[in-house]
Write a protein that binds this ligand. Structure first.
Ligand code: PLP
Length: 435
């Protein structure tokens, strides 16, 4: 079957279209949206920043995952981008879900998704949320400490448990093991025996090597550690009937997936050989977030102000430009996710510009140097201290930022009274066949 968005119940504007490339569709949608906006006369907010989402890119990422890691079932990390059309598409493609809270669980269940497609992958849970998971029949969660086992024993004793272990995530841009994950020693000498004593069902092991890792040895080490815990659980605590899930977490990126997926494959083969998989009916799952959505969203912003900087004050920039989105809005990823959004000119004076995404290096940088600032009154609200653009942008021009799908719209604020949820225009560069 094909993916047919329900136009009546959603704000989907578009259309499955295989004739145009992703860039062409995005350019068309961006330009259509801004071409009628005259900043000299428009209503307040008409020139707000907005996204164009190419659902075809989500579809492609999902296919790449299936091709490279067919044995690992992706559970999309909803926290990464909670856009309902993205979630519905991934659901239709057969992805399951990683939820971090009651709200995320409800978002997924409200779509009619079966609760057994959810992993409640937050090792430190609110008691009432645990009770909610129980009444909602969400029966799989991650745990990394003894208190959490006691809480589960009290509020959701039938819940399956994945022991979340810490990883060696020093090379990751976003480290998670400083906050979550127990040592193997603690898993073996504290969590397994306590779970056994409390009569809890240990289903397996989970880890997350952090996001933006450059070194994938951490994956190999984590899979190796996981196997040690499986052995202990099965041999010493009799969990042979229930321990059958290895959750390899998230952190995967499209740019490095060829390499990271090879390390996953070889590590699984090394530590979870076919004989072991068959004997215990082992299943592999993962919690990719950014992998599915990063390149699917392009943000368009309006230049609201410009302050020229005399050369005697700075040689690095010719002007400070102020746009209507920033680190308190959809570019919070600069603060929270160590991202560096790349700016390109969309409209300068009366001319539209859009280019295929290019790698920006010294040779391709534009000659006009700016610092770029968000709209709030806070000095922290800086999008870029120096960006080189192709045009000498002015108030009323538009700038776009590709690759802003991950950890952007999910964590916006309305600080200083700015709108926290941007309008999204959907296109699809792929004809999307679903399960
Ligand atoms: N799983 C867990 C438990 C996480 O904390 C996160 C991100 O924080 C993810 C999955 C998704 O990570 P990414 O978007 O880097 O794939």
């Amino acid at each position: 079957s094909h993916y047919h968005p329900n136009y009546q119940n959603s704000n989907l504007k578009s259309i499955v279209n295989t004739k145009k490339s992703s860039s062409e569709l995005i350019a068309q949608a961006l330009i259509n949206h801004i071409s009628d906006i005259d900043h000299e006369v428009c209503e307040a907010g008409e020139e707000d920043s907005f996204f164009v989402c190419d659902l075809g890119q989500v579809y492609k990422s999902f296919q790449i995952w299936k091709q490279n890691l067919p044995q690992v079932h992706p559970h999309y990390a909803v926290k990464c981008n909670t856009d309902i059309e993205v979630i519905k598409l991934l659901e239709q493609l057969g992805a399951n879900f990683d939820c971090a809270s009651k709200n995320e669980i409800d978002t997924i269940l409200n779509l009619g998704v079966s609760p057994d497609r959810i992993v409640y992958a937050n090792p430190c849970k609110t008691n009432s949320f645990i009770r909610h998971a129980k009444t909602s029949n969400v029966n799989l969660t991650t745990v990394d400490n003894c208190q959490e086992l006691h809480k589960l024993s009290k509020f959701h004793p039938e819940c399956g448990i994945l022991i979340r272990i810490a990883t060696d995530d020093e090379t990751a841009q976003c480290r998670l093991s400083t906050k979550f994950g127990c040592s193997i020693d603690s898993a073996i000498n504290e969590l397994l025996p306590l779970a056994n004593e409390l009569g809890l069902k240990v289903r397996g092991v989970a880890f997350h090597v952090g996001s933006g890792a450059k070194d994938f040895d951490s994956i190999n080490k984590a899979v190796k550690d996981a196997r040690i815990i499986f052995n202990k659980g099965i041999e010493q605590y009799g969990y042979g009937d229930s321990m059958n899930i290895l959750d390899i977490g998230g952190g995967f990126e499209l740019e490095t997936f060829e390499q990271s997926s090879l390390v996953v494959k070889s590590s699984l083969q090394e530590f979870f050989p076919q004989t072991f998989i068959e004997k215990y009916a082992i299943k592999f799952i993962a919690e990719p977030g950014r992998f599915m959505v990063s390149n699917a969203f392009t943000l368009a912003t309006h230049v609201i102000a410009r302050r020229d900087i005399p050369q005697s004050i700075s040689e690095d920039i010719t002007a400070m430009i102020y746009i209507n989105d920033g680190v308190y809005g959809n570019m919070n990823c600069i603060l929270f996710d160590h991202q560096h959004p790349q700016a390109f000119v969309l409209k300068h004076k009366d001319t539209f510009h859009y280019q295929e995404q290019k790698i920006v290096n010294d040779a391709t940088k534009g000659k006009h140097k700016f610092s770029i600032w968000g709209p709030t009154c806070d000095g922290l609200d800086c999008v870029s201290t120096q960006t080189q653009l192709d045009y000498d942008v002015q108030v009323g021009d538009w700038i776009y930022f590709p690759n802003l799908g991950a950890y952007t719209s999910a964590a916006t604020t309305s600080f200083n009274g700015f709108k926290d949820k941007a309008h999204i225009i959907y296109v699809s560069s792929e004809t999307i066949a679903t399960k």
